[in-house]
Design a protein around this ligand. Sequence first.
Ligand code: PLP
Length: 454
Amino acid sequence: MTIQPVTPDPTISQDLLTAGRTAYDLDRSHVFHSWSAQGALTPMTIVQAEGSHVWDGEGRRLIDFSSQMINTNIGHSHPAVVSAIQEQAAKIATIAPAHVNDARSEAARLVAELAPGDLDHVFFTNAGAEAVEHAIRMARLHTGKTKVLSAYRSYHGGTDLAVNVTGSARRFASDRGAAGVAHFFPPYPYRSSFHAETPEQETERALEHLEQVIQLEGPGTVAALILESVPGTAGIFVPPAGYMEGVRELTRKYGILFIADEVMVGFGRTGRWFGVDHWGVVPDLLTFAKGVNSGYVPLGGVAISGAVYETFADRAYPGGLTYSGHPLACAAAVATINAMKDEGMVENAARIGTEILAPRLRQLMERHPSVGDVRGLGAFWAVELVTDRTTKVPLDSAAMGALTAECKKLGLLPFVSENRLHIAPPLNTPDEVLNEGLDILDQALAVADGHAAG
Ligand SMILES: Cc1ncc(COP(=O)(O)O)c(C=O)c1O
């Protein structure tokens, strides 16, 4: 059955659409957008958002496979979280970080309880990049060393240090090279930097390479190694078996702190509470944000191991934020985590990964010559598009633009990064909505196939 272009939803009022048009005009007059040339932008207006759906400025309903910035893990407008924020606002809307606040204390307890090993203390930030900045500051002070190792093909945030640590091309414009950061090649079996032909070879060679980088950089100068547990924005690369355990072993061997960046995958995205849980790895510091409260109010943080905590038991930690542990954000985190537990969302993410996303995306790869690779786990998948499966030449931005436009026209909002679509719906997306979104993707991929060798 051919899917027709999505038409305006008659339940969306004219008032909402008029307000949306005013908002659009004001946006174009006054809002400066992230990562964009401002002049030619035509951003999508969202006038309503509920569960796994959003409604655009024309009142058309789209399935949200992006979870916005891969953060609305519980979907839009979850009633328990909305009420918790409203109740907290009426009670105490804000309070300085120096004071005790019940929402903050409970959020910290819940994060510590869920985090692996002895990550029992939490420093709250406003978002992911700040969490990365503070984790690195803690590691430098704890070890007395300065250098940080991070992977090419990574994203760790948009602030000065976090973007230097970032391994993807997004750092180039702000990269000052001398910030004490060195990069290494992570595993990426589809385009192996190590000419590996099996996942086992990829693991072995990637670890051998990492050990050489550590030795050549000088273990005595390296404070920390930061690694996304499943690298996200740069391409969703699930580490092959043994890699994460190997990284943990190498960091211990050379006295380097291991920072697991769980900003994107933490809180259920991969079908476990944290990405590191797939491999039983306990880092020294763990950064989180996004999913901790589904982004309803900005919140991030660092979960801190016992040893690092001890460094600051008798010595002041030289850092802080006016809004560290903001009550509205923490109340949202408590309600989000409790809703995720009560509704079994993490288990559901694992189930939809195995039962729906993995088999259906692999089917799409069989049907569409433009799909070079599909990979992921839980509710976190990449569809990598190429012009030719043998040469693996990435689909260009014009073709990706046409594919994205086709998805939206048919009622699907994907997350687009370079030559990939990232499939990251809310963890509680009903099966029929997932299947509907995948049907749209199946039809839209014909546009990408038009740019691929048959
Ligand atoms: C792994 C990772 N770390 C850090 C960040 C930065 O987080 P934020 O944008 O909340 O500052 C991101 C954002 O996408 C991320 O994916």
